[in-house]
Design a protein around this ligand. Structure first.
Ligand code: LLP
Length: 422
């Protein structure tokens, strides 16, 4: 079993940055999300260093939807991240974590009038998704800066639901409307402009970004030529993939960024677009690998077909396998070196889809074993629910051999919270 830092095999037990997974499970109960602060910092530094190497005027916005625990937001703020927020709630949390309004770019879709009032009052930057959204913004107040989300007619991603551009996708403004939208904002008195795309999630090939950014920059040129607008920033969105299987390779960031920025610099020159800032909005890249879910085996049962391993986490805890068929590595944290056995790992929810893995080779387990579901730092807690009236799990940060509770486990009272008996 190949584990890489901060995950270590110590006497056949999983340790995370020097902390025993068994101790965490005992102390905080299971299921529990565990995040390595040092790996989050390392991921940010790694990407930041690479993008700046090829284009110094780059900003990294953390796509908060991946994990909005205020401590995670804070760690990334300390590293120099800004924020991509997609709901007023994410704006609220980011402000609470100490981000300045000018460090937050809101990219919403189907945004209501009341939400726009909150966003404009908060003074965050707004990335507009439709003509009508722009009209409603201008009706409330004319902001200094407007960015427009463009649908570059091409998307990519690990699953159909994670492709966020192209003809069948709801997001963004299309080429044919783009000049009108910028003109409208310009005439209303908007002074500064950005342009944005986000083509999808879980992308490994630079070719998808090259193709989409080619279209984005063509559209940017047309807007520039027809309106005279210069862009302060060009935002290429998020979506950089991370390996979900232990044997999979990391993206070669040097190769990726060299090719992407080489292309962008050529196009900026060719189209006379000056040297705007280039922004990225990764979520998963910063936090996915830094998080795991520890879950206890409650049941081992044999059927004529399979050996089923029941755990106390379900798709209420991590929905990615059920929703996208996503692969998450599962290891036996309490006995890493056990003999491999084929198991189907399932959760406690009353749905047949509540399964984390089918026919998976996992070091042998028995009831009471502790399992770790890897790569759960992104879209784990943030997509969790109370389905089947199961209180949400707690979250813990580990750093340099110490652990810190960063969110309490919910209890039954939380299931009643807000309900009104009539
Ligand atoms: N920017 C925008 C506007 C987005 O909508 C997203 C993700 C991101 C950035 C960050 O994407 P990332 O770098 O994390 O791939 N819940 C799914 C992914 C869908 C995310 C949707 N938007 C998952 O668990 O894979």
């Amino acid at each position: 079993m190949v584990l890489s830092w901060p995950y270590e095999n110590v006497d056949d037990r999983l340790f995370i940055d020097g902390v025993s997974s068994m101790d965490i499970a005992r102390r905080y109960g299971t299921p529990v999300y565990v995040y390595s602060e040092n790996l989050i910092r390392k991921q940010f530094k790694k990407l930041n260093e690479k993008v700046r190497k090829y284009y110094p005027k780059t900003r990294l916005l953390y796509a908060a939807k991946a994990n909005t625990n205020i401590n995670i937001l804070n760690i990334l703020r300390e590293e120099g991240a800004e924020i991509d927020a997609v709901s007023p709630g994410e704006v609220f949390l980011s402000l609470a974590a100490g981000y300045k309004p000018s460090q937050i770019l809101f990219t919403g879709t189907s945004v209501s009038y009341n939400e726009l009032i909150y966003l404009l009052d908060s003074k965050v930057r707004i990335n507009v998704d439709s003509h009508s959204q722009l009209e409603r913004i201008l009706d409330i107040e004319v902001p200094e800066l407007i960015s427009i989300r463009i649908n570059p007619e091409f998307g990519a991603g690990h699953h159909e639901h994670a492709i966020t551009a192209g003809p069948n996708v709801k997001f963004g403004i299309w080429d044919q409307d783009s000049v009108d939208v910028y003109n409208r904002a310009l005439k209303a008195g908007v002074k500064n402009f950005g342009i944005q795309m986000h083509i999808g999630s879980g992308i490994f090939d630079v070719g998808s970004y090259l193709k989409a950014s080619t279209r984005l920059l063509e559209i940017a040129k047309k807007i520039h030529d027809k309106t005279g607008i210069s862009f302060d920033f060009i935002d290429l969105g998020g979506g950089i993939g991370v390996p979900y299987k232990l044997e999979d390779d990391q993206i070669n960031l040097d190769d990726f960024m060299e090719r992407l920025f080489g292309h962008i610099k050529n196009k900026l020159n060719e189209y006379n677009l000056g040297s705007p800032e280039i922004w990225f909005e990764p979520g998963r890249f910063f936090v996915a690998e830094a998080g795991i879910i520890l879950t206890r085996v409650t049941t081992v049962k044999m059927t004529p077909y399979k050996t089923w391993v029941g755990v106390d986490a379900g798709f209420n805890t991590l929905i990615r396998p059920a929703l996208y068929g996503s692969y998450h590595e599962i290891i036996t944290a309490s006995k890493l070196g056990g003999k491999l056995k084929k198991y189907d790992v399932y959760g406690p929810l009353c749905e047949s889809g509540d399964v984390f893995a089918h026919d998976r080779d996992i070091p042998e387990v028995s009831e009471g074993s502790l399992l770790a579901i890897m790569n759960s730092g992104a879209y784990g807690y943030s997509m969790s629910s109370q389905y089947n009236s199961r209180p949400r799990a707690s979250e813990v940060v580990v750093k340099d051999g110490k652990d810190y509770l960063i969110r309490e486990r919910e209890n039954f009272e939380d299931l009643l919270k807000g309900q009104i008996m009539i």
